[in-house]
Design a protein around this ligand. Structure first.
Ligand SMILES: *[C@@H]1O[C@H](CO)[C@@H](O)[C@H](O)[C@H]1NC(C)=O
Ligand SMILES: *[C@@H]1O[C@H](CO)[C@@H](O)[C@H](O)[C@H]1NC(C)=O
Ligand SMILES: *[C@@H]1O[C@H](CO)[C@@H](O)[C@H](O)[C@H]1NC(C)=O
Ligand SMILES: *[C@@H]1O[C@H](CO)[C@@H](O)[C@H](O)[C@H]1NC(C)=O
Length: 848
């Protein structure tokens, strides 16, 4: 029990100590630790310059911006975050901007603690994978002006508390799975009608239901865009909508709205797009001649009273697109579609009859007239007939003048615009790289999909328009080139465009460039050219090659900053994950090792030839030469066992040679054991055995040379080990020990874990050394029934000895873990385990 208690203490202390090193920098303590804890829940790729031991503000972590040591902005779009958002986010109380967009593996709920971020002005989590209800605490963020939660999997109702966000300008919850009706104020709660500063209600693509409440709208509102399309709204369109005369886009399409279109819609004089299609509207269509700005109108698939094509429609000067499929429209007689900017007329499945007069001269903008399945008997067409589709009309009956023209055939969709790549035809790229359409160089583009929610046009072959879009993306986002492709309208009439953005000069964007471009798109800093209307963007996470290999870099013992229990849990998880990964590697390694072949014939010992894997036999003469006859100048250490010499093999390889003193020679069996053991374990955090020598009564082991000596030497005096190095060393040792315990076969208990047995290579990577006392777990001890521990004579070093082992003589892996805990305390304090007669564990305990 005591042991466990101490072990727990060690971890707690370690955690607290790591907290210290986290916060010695410029960044506010709470902020720094919250950020670390958040990053722990993210499985892998946070930006590479998020290094433990560095200060988030001071070291300018990518995506982090600070004011006076407080983190005020966190922008992590398209980083590839995996995992959940920690409720520790709630500690970053100075945060004003939070953008986590385009991390499609960022999942779980939006923590309630987000409601603590009362300074927040901008909250964007577009196209992540969040689910669960929207926290009612969002209502506390009264300084919020930009809230974009679109394209996640949020469920449940819109919390009425959001009505408290009176500073909100952009409100986007589109493309989720929200249900329930739109909350409005009553005696007990606030509602969305209070959002008088909101310009954007983007609620489309949810399962919102009920009647659109009349109380929602008033003359105080400043709405520009109402996107309620693709929900389950029913009931009538409230007449109060006519009060919101700031409105430019109104989409109520794809619901189950009934009744007639309120005539005061005609008050919405700024309206540019009106889409009421796919509802159950009936009655008469009101006179909308006052809507002088109207560019796009879609009234399709409703059950209006039969009506004649109204003059306000055919005389409009601004209309670019008219869509009235399946609308019971009749009449047409003297209609002359010769409006200056009209591009598209879609009126299929109606009752249009009489003579169609169309002037499609080259100066006309008309590109697309779809009048299929009507009752048109005569046509007076001037100019191109290629833009006219009239199949399914009597005029196309055999023998008539137009019957053999293309116009009477069914529509063959024509190729949409696509950035011209012809000049790069002969170039090819590999991997993640793609051709830059301007330079034909191979680069890794930032990719995504632009979705325009209400474009005024519908011609996808309009080269000039899309070249314009390319140019605007290029200059406003500061990229080298833009590739647009796969242009199409989806089933909700959104214009979908795949986009690749290419970096200037370099092969890759830097992380900070990606975050900036992502933010410019998610925060709507970028504005598309006229006619494209409201948009949003969904990026593909941008993974920079080196980040993948740095997975887990930050993990480790920064871990439990807060609670010992949490620490323990995490250590277990990390060890588990690590073990899993290592297992694969180890299995592979075992395959590769050739069976032992190089055992020398002239062993002085009578012991059986060890069965070795990879270790080489050295002659005494060879070693004598390599160590310059064991010269003092080559000696690098000594211990109870004997002396250690540095030596250079004829091939130029540096090695360390451990020579047993006369008198401390192991028995032949023990020596053989050690060689067998050492030659069997191969791990980057275990000192590798290169060979051995048993000639002339000597027992010598030849190891990899570790130029930076033992950990203990490096902790003495003015240590050059900074905290991040110490953390790395702790991790390295843990990995080495974990390998011995969990992956070596049979498992090995080290029995003498201590700072003197941890060596550092030229890069200060730590390796566990000295298996002299190692004990195979498979050894049969007194407790032959159990393999989890072995009983044997107590061996080890004072100060590191596990008291439980000492008392019970039952050796288990836990004994090594205890010793490792002492090493951690050494790493943190720099003190020896026993110094001035004081035991480090007692000291630490008293301090705690
Ligand atoms: C909210 O914004 C106002 C005005 O900019 C500012 O004075 C106030 O400090 C902000 N509130 C918080 C909690 O940051
Ligand atoms: C035509 O509109 C009616 C509603 O008026 C709808 O029920 C029907 O499905 C529509 N037909 C087509 C082909 O969309
Ligand atoms: C088509 O128009 C003719 C007159 O031009 C009319 O007699 C006929 O009933 C119309 N057909 C339909 C289906 O409306
Ligand atoms: C076909 O066009 C010719 C010349 O434009 C006209 O004289 C003739 O009456 C038309 N025929 C029909 C069936 O519309």
């Amino acid at each position: 029990m005591r042991t466990r208690y101490f072990g727990g203490l060690c971890l707690i202390f370690l955690c607290m100590a790591s907290l210290c090193f986290v916060v010695t920098g410029v960044t506010n303590n709470e902020d720094a630790s919250a950020l670390y804890l958040m990053s722990l829940l993210w499985e892998n790729t946070v930006p590479t310059n998020w290094m433990s031991g560095t200060d988030p503000c001071d070291s300018h972590w990518d995506g982090v911006a600070c004011t006076d040591g407080r983190i005020t902005s966190l922008k992590l779009s398209s980083v590839g975050l995996k995992g959940a958002l920690s409720n520790k986010i709630g500690s970053l109380t100075a945060l004003q901007t939070l953008d986590l967009s385009y991390n499609k593996d960022l999942t779980g709920r939006l923590p309630n603690s987000i409601g603590n971020l009362v300074s927040l002005r901008i909250l964007i989590v577009i196209a992540c994978n969040f689910n669960g209800h929207l926290p009612t605490e969002l209502g506390n963020l009264t300084n919020l002006s930009f809230l974009a939660l679109n394209s996640n999997k949020f469920t449940g109702p819109i919390p009425p508390t959001l009505g408290k966000l009176t500073n909100l300008e952009w409100f986007d919850i589109a493309d989720n799975e929200l249900t329930g009706s739109l909350p409005v104020s009553n005696a007990t709660q606030s509602g969305l009608d209070k959002l008088v500063n909101a310009q954007h209600f983007h609620f489309n693509l949810n399962h919102l239901s009920g009647t659109i409440p009349p109380e929602l709208f008033s003359g105080n509102m400043n709405l520009l865009h109402i996107l309620f399309d693709s929900n389950e709204f029913e009931g009538q369109i409230p007449t109060t909508l006519g009060l919101v005369n700031t409105l430019t886009v109104l989409r109520l399409d794809r619901n189950q709205i009934t009744g007639s279109i309120p005539s005061n819609i005609s008050n919405l004089v700024s309206l540019e797009e009106l889409n009421l299609s796919n509802n159950r509207l009936n009655g008469d269509i009101p006179d909308l001649s006052t809507l002088n700005e109207l560019q796009y109108i879609d009234l399709s698939n409703n059950s209006y009273n039969s009506f004649k094509l109204p003059r306000w429609l055919t005389d409009s000067k601004e209309l670019i697109t008219i869509v009235m499929d399946n609308c019971s429209v009749s009449g047409f007689s003297s209609t002359n579609f010769n409006l200056p900017v009209l591009q598209t007329v879609r009126m299929k499945n109606n009752k249009l009859n009489g003579i169609v007069k169309i002037d499609i001269s080259d100066s006309s903008a008309l590109q697309w007239i779809d009048l299929r399945n009507n009752n048109i008997t005569e046509a007076d067409v001037e100019g191109r007939t290629t833009a006219l589709w009239i199949a399914g009309n009597p005029i196309c009956n055999p023998g008539t003048n137009l019957s053999s023209t293309k116009s009477c055939q069914n529509i063959v969709s024509e190729k949409s615009y696509e950035t011209n790549m012809a000049q790069c035809e002969n170039n090819k790229c590999s991997g993640n790289l793609t051709l830059n359409p301007r330079t034909c160089k191979c680069q890794q583009p930032y990719e995504g999909i632009l979705k325009f929610r209400a474009p005024s046009f519908s011609d996808l072959r309009d080269t000039e328009r899309f070249k314009n879009l390319e140019e605007s993306l290029k200059t406003k986002l500061g990229v080298d080139a833009v590739h647009l492709f796969r242009l199409h309208f989806d089933s909700s009439d959104y214009l979908i465009i795949s986009v690749q953005l290419f970096p200037v000069d370099t092969e890759l964007f830097t992380r900070s460039e990606v975050i900036q471009i992502g933010f410019n798109l998610s925060k709507q800093v970028y504005k598309p050219p006229e006619g494209f209307g409201p948009f949003f963007f969904i990026a593909t996470p941008y993974i920079i090659g080196t980040e993948e290999s740095s997975k887990g870099l930050r993990l480790g013992f920064i871990v439990g900053i807060a609670f010992g229990a949490f620490c323990l849990a995490l250590v277990v998880i990390i060890t588990g994950l690590y073990a899993l990964r290592q297992k694969k590697r180890a299995e592979k390694a075992i395959e590769i090792h050739k069976p032992f072949a190089s055992w020398g014939a002239n062993s002085m010992d009578s012991v059986n030839t060890p069965r070795l894997k990879g270790a080489r036999w050295f002659s005494f003469a060879e070693i004598k030469e390599a160590t310059n006859n064991f010269s003092e100048s080559n000696a690098i250490g000594s211990g109870g066992y004997g002396r250690v010499y540095k030596a250079m093999l004829p091939e130029g390889e540096m090695v360390a040679i451990k020579r047993a003193q006369q008198g401390s020679l192991q028995g032949g069996t023990e020596f053989k054991n050690e060689i067998e053991l050492l030659s069997r374990v191969h791990h980057k955090n275990l000192v590798g055995l290169i060979g051995f020598c048993t000639e002339q009564g000597e027992q010598m082991l030849v190891y990899e040379y570790m130029p930076n000596g033992t950990l203990r030497e490096n902790l003495n005096g003015e240590s050059k080990l900074d905290w991040s190095k110490r953390l790395q060393i702790a991790l390295d040792c843990a990995k080495g020990l974990n390998y011995l315990h969990e992956l070596a076969n049979p498992p090995i208990i080290h029995r003498d874990v201590k700072s003197n047995n941890i060596l550092l290579d030229e890069n200060l990577n730590a390796m566990v050394a000295d298996f002299g006392l190692s004990k195979l777990v498979a050894d049969t001890g007194v407790n032959a029934g159990s393999k989890s521990h072995v009983s044997s004579q107590v061996k080890g070093t004072m100060g590191y000895l596990d008291p439980e082992y000492y008392i019970t003589q039952q050796l288990s892996k836990k004994s090594d873990v205890y010793s490792y805990g002492i090493v951690l305390l050494e790493l943190i304090t720099g003190r020896l385990p026993i110094e001035g007669g004081k035991y480090i564990v007692v000291l630490v305990k008293n301090v705690l």
